[in-house]
Design a protein around this ligand. Structure first.
Ligand code: DC
Length: 209
């Protein structure tokens, strides 16, 4: 079975997805990490205009490996797994991932990674990347709650700045022309606002079973 979990930043997709994958003995793919890896390359090379961002596609190799419950992102032969969640990547990732040519390549990459028994998290998994997923979940939570979660994760950043950064990303991710963040058809919506991680995981496992 393929399970998709979509939702905005801070809704808990990755945390929940990994736990559920572990419990069901499934593979796990966080599609956001793929967009983050490509964005990291643009930041390192100081490339911020659409034409040149697209121009880097043919010379970029991204590999994704999931082993012992850990995700490894290999960008052009270098393990960048620990460099994907900086505020600089947060700042640029939505601008990079709104570009249709980038999405096409990353969507194909994701489809090639996902075989059977996978949990895949992202923004457009149930709607575009894997529309035949047997179980589709969409997680929500208010902007205040999501900002608070990010703040607790990262500590070193300012709560208001995190909230503004998430708001900007929400806007770009949900209004882009190709594969915007949306509730996929037949998805089960779980409002995670007042639920702990364990409760959300249990709900998804129950549905999967
Ligand atoms: O889930 P995340 O916060 O790591 O995702 C980072 C960004 O990547 C998100 O703001 C938009 C983009 N993204 C996307 O466009 N499509 C996906 N399936 C996953 C992420």
């Amino acid at each position: 079975m393929i399970i998709s979990i979509d939702g905005a930043a801070g809704t808990g997709k990755t945390t929940v997805g990994k736990i559920v994958a572990n419990k069901l003995n499934y593979q796990f793919l966080d599609s956001g990490k793929i967009y983050r890896a490509y964005t990291l390359k643009m930041i390192k090379n100081n490339i911020f205009d659409t034409k040149n961002i697209i121009g880097q596609l043919s010379s970029t190799k991204i590999k994704y490996i999931y082993k012992n419950n850990k995700e490894i992102l290999d960008l052009d032969g270098i393990d960048v797994s620990n460099n994907l969640h900086s505020d600089l990547v947060d700042k640029h990732v939505s601008e990079v991932s709104r570009i249709p040519e980038i999405r096409l390549k990353m969507t194909n990459l994701q489809r090639n990674i996902v075989k059977k028994n996978f949990i895949v998290v992202g923004r457009d998994i149930g709607s575009v990347v894997l529309p035949n997923a047997e179980l589709k979940i969409f997680l929500t939570a208010s902007i205040k709650e999501r900002a608070k979660r990010r703040f607790n994760e990262r500590k070193n950043e300012n709560l208001d700045e995190i909230e503004n950064s998430i708001k900007k990303r929400d806007l770009i991710d949900s209004t882009r022309k190709v594969a915007p963040l949306t509730i996929p058809e037949k998805a089960f919506v779980i409002d995670t606002e007042n639920k702990n991680i364990d409760t959300v995981c249990k709900e998804i496992i129950k549905m999967a079973k």
